[in-house]
Design a protein around this ligand. Structure first.
Ligand code: F6P
Length: 321
């Protein structure tokens, strides 16, 4: 293997740049040529690639976003798009590909590998942490800390004004950001997509909290919760119990910012071992992190089924509420 490519795809996550840096520098150190592909899979279809060197990734380990730019590419989800991509990779002389992203990216990698056997290795990068085969994903830790910082600030005003505050965090199908940031921020309730919302209980808790002299009531809700997220929950509390609340939607602030040490470390470790896997001839896999160790899983075991919700979290949340 002489020449490989790297891309970031789907929602960006803090730490993706650290992963690109690790991939580029490991490739160069091991004697490979490396091309950066712009805008994820779209860049392969558009043949938008640039040769990278040691200096192309200087001074980026601490930055959010992606220097390669990311996108969600519908064309790559179709067989025709993947055939065009294969043609372009071959005409550029690329013999391997590293795809950094979340479930959509890994599903694309799996489809591409199944159809073409083109050597591809996935690296889990998403703030949601909803990927099978790894205990963490690049960006999750930073996103949680961004959310926690906001929750701490909202607590000040909620307590000063004796208000019920609903903080909506990201997580379309997965409540991990809500759980970690909510519990760490001392929230009175955490609502996640994996557990049905019990309005009666929630309202009872808020009312009894105020009756017992509580000055703050913070509810952290994941955007994909069955309540419909912050604004719907606000309406529902008003309708069901006349409870007035204030909503703060943290949205894309959680995707930006300088990555935490944990995310820089994870991204670097996964970036290095993704290149090593390619060189060693292990393709159609995703590299990940389990039990404090690097690990590898076949892509067909990573994609297709949602990552199971940790039952301990389930117990913990129902006790907390
Ligand atoms: O990348 C994951 C994620 O941030 C989810 O938490 C969120 O639901 C989604 O992406 C938002 O995507 P977009 O930026 O495309 O609206």
């Amino acid at each position: 293997m002489n020449r490989i490519g790297v891309l970031t795809s789907g929602g960006d996550a803090p730490g993706m740049n650290a992963a690109i840096r690790a991939v580029v520098r490991t490739a160069i150190k091991t004697g490979l040529e490396i091309f950066g592909i712009r805008r994820g899979y779209q860049g392969i279809i558009d043949d938008d690639m640039v040769r990278m060197d040691h200096r192309s990734v200087s001074n980026i380990i601490q930055t959010g976003g992606s220097i390669l730019v990311s996108s969600r590419c519908d064309a790559f989800m179709q067989p025709d798009g993947r055939q065009t991509a294969l043609r372009h990779l071959k005409s550029r002389g690329l013999e391997g590909l590293i795809a950094i992203g979340g479930n959509g990216t890994l599903a694309g990698a799996h489809a591409f590998y199944s159809e073409t056997q083109f050597p591809i290795v996935g690296v889990p990068g998403t703030i949601d942490r909803d990927v099978n085969g790894t205990e963490s994903t690049i960006g999750y830790d930073t996103a949680v800390n961004t959310a926690l910082d906001a929750i701490d600030k909202i607590r000040d005003t909620a307590s000063a004004m004796e208000r019920v505050f609903i903080v909506e965090v990201m997580g379309r199908h997965c409540g991990d950001i809500a759980l970690m940031a909510g519990v760490s921020g001392g929230a009175e309730a955490v609502l996640v997509p994996e557990i049905a919302t019990d309005y009666d209980r929630l309202i009872r808790e808020i009312q009894s909290g105020f009756a017992a002299g509580k000055r703050t009531n913070l509810i952290v809700v994941a955007e994909g919760d069955d309540s419909g997220g912050g604004l719907n929950l606000q309406k529902e509390l008003e309708k069901r119990a006349g409870l007035k609340s204030w909503v703060c939607i943290l949205g894309h602030t959680q995707r930006g910012g300088s990555p935490s040490a944990a995310d820089r470390f994870l991204a670097t470790a996964l970036g290095v071992c993704s290149v090593q896997a390619l060189i060693a001839g292990r393709f159609g896999i995703m590299v990940g992190w389990r039990n404090d160790r690097l690990c590898e899983s076949p892509l067909d075991q990573v994609v297709g089924t949602p990552r199971p919700f940790n039952p301990l979290h389930n117990e913990f949340l129902t006790t907390l509420l």
